[in-house]
Design a protein around this ligand. Structure first.
Ligand SMILES: Cc1cc2nc3c(=O)[nH]c(=O)nc-3n(C[C@H](O)[C@H](O)[C@H](O)COP(=O)(O)O)c2cc1C
Ligand SMILES: CC(C)CC(=O)C(=O)O
Length: 330
């Protein structure tokens, strides 16, 4: 793990209310997948190429994956994250700052993460809010037909945000004055088609693990996919996100970009994801640790540390990353 990230994690653990720390840190079930996401990177190694001179590698290929409730981490919440981002920020539908304010504060493109809602008018209004705010894409999370079961939250009895905090995008939606609860439901590809018909924004899917679903995503005109197991917070029997990546990349065959998130904690992790065919890596918890430890400056430290380390790893790899450079450790 990058030492800056490790230090910010320790600081976050020390300053956060333990209930909120556990909400951020925890996973589903026995937290097997939570641990595996990081362990999968340790099982792989990179064979660097030599004598390549000065090759131009990819730009800093990191985006901020959507995480809920940033005001639990810091009073400035998503505003601090947006100010620090400087790269794509996928803003959670469950943000504690309305999406228009997130976009206004942002230093890079903002994409809106959407959980489709059972009432289509509610879903449409959320999409319109994202459009009006100036979001550059929609990211529909498809790995959550039901809520994950997080034992740490259940043990603490943590179900609701403290007084004064709310999922601000869920205010004053059709049919409900005031706040509406986020609902999960089992949607279908026809619902994705409807979202595509409703908006001219690029529509990404987040939470694809099966290669056949990746092919369906391409066939349904999706702009890109996130190979993700929701940071180990949904089904605790799936593979590590990194282990699911190569088959999805092969199925997609370069037709759309594939982002990997889950367990990315260093420049080497980013390099491994790219070598296995990801266009970019997403980071979830490290941003929350930076935010909790030091607000906007903390998020910036996370991104700067990863950028610096990734560039160093890339230089040591001869400026290029490809699958033939990845080997399994003995
Ligand atoms: C506290 C927390 C809240 C999350 N909230 C959301 C969310 O609102 N929407 C979503 O699509 N994913 C959500 N995720 C999943 C992240 O987008 C991402 O897939 C995951 O955190 C990546 O793994 P990492 O934390 O190991 O980097 C959340 C993850 C965490 C840890
Ligand atoms: C269910 C959401 C409010 C947040 C989420 O996706 C998560 O906590 O993993």
């Amino acid at each position: 793990m990058n030492p800056v990230l490790a230090e910010l994690h320790e600081k976050a653990r020390a300053v956060l209310d333990p209930v909120h720390y556990d909400f951020f840190a925890g996973g589903a079930g026995d937290e097997v997948v939570l641990a595996e996401n990081e362990a999968a990177f340790r099982r792989l190694a990179l064979l660097p190429r030599v004598l390549r001179g000065e090759e131009n590698g990819p730009e800093f290929p990191v985006l901020i994956s959507p995480t809920a409730f940033h005001k639990l981490a810091h009073p400035d919440g998503e505003l601090a994250t947006a100010r620090a981002a400087g790269t794509v920020l996928v803003s959670s539908m469950a943000s504690t700052v309305p999406i228009a304010d997130v976009v206004a504060a942002a230093t890079g493109p903002v994409w809106f993460q959407l959980y489709l809602q059972p009432d289509p008018e509610v879903t449409e209004e959320l999409i319109r809010r994202a459009e009006r705010a100036g979001c550059a894409a929609l990211v529909v999370t498809v790995d959550s037909p039901v809520f994950g079961r997080h034992r740490r939250d259940l043990a603490h009895g943590f179900h609701d945000l403290p007084a004064g905090l709310a999922a601000e995008n869920m205010r004053d939606l059709p049919g409900t004055p005031g706040l509406r609860r986020i609902e999960m439901a089992p949607f279908t590809w026809a619902d994705i088609d409807r979202v595509r018909d409703l908006t001219s924004l690029p529509v990404w899917l987040k939470g694809v693990l099966h290669p056949d679903d990746a092919v369906l995503a391409v066939e349904h005109g999706v702009a890109g996919i996130f190979v993700s197991n929701h940071g180990g917070r949904q089904l605790d029997v799936v593979p590590a996100a990194l282990d699911a990546l190569p088959a999805v990349v092969d199925a997609v065959g370069g037709r759309i970009p594939v982002v990997l998130d889950g367990g990315v904690r260093s420049g080497a992790d980013i390099a491994l994801a790219l070598a296995l065919g990801a266009s970019a890596a997403g980071i979830g918890r490290p941003v929350l640790w930076g935010l909790a430890a030091d607000g906007e400056a903390g998020v910036r430290k996370v991104l700067d540390a990863l950028r610096d380390e990734f560039e160093h790893v890339l230089a040591l790899c001869g400026g290029q990353l490809s699958r033939d450079m990845v080997v399994v450790r003995c």
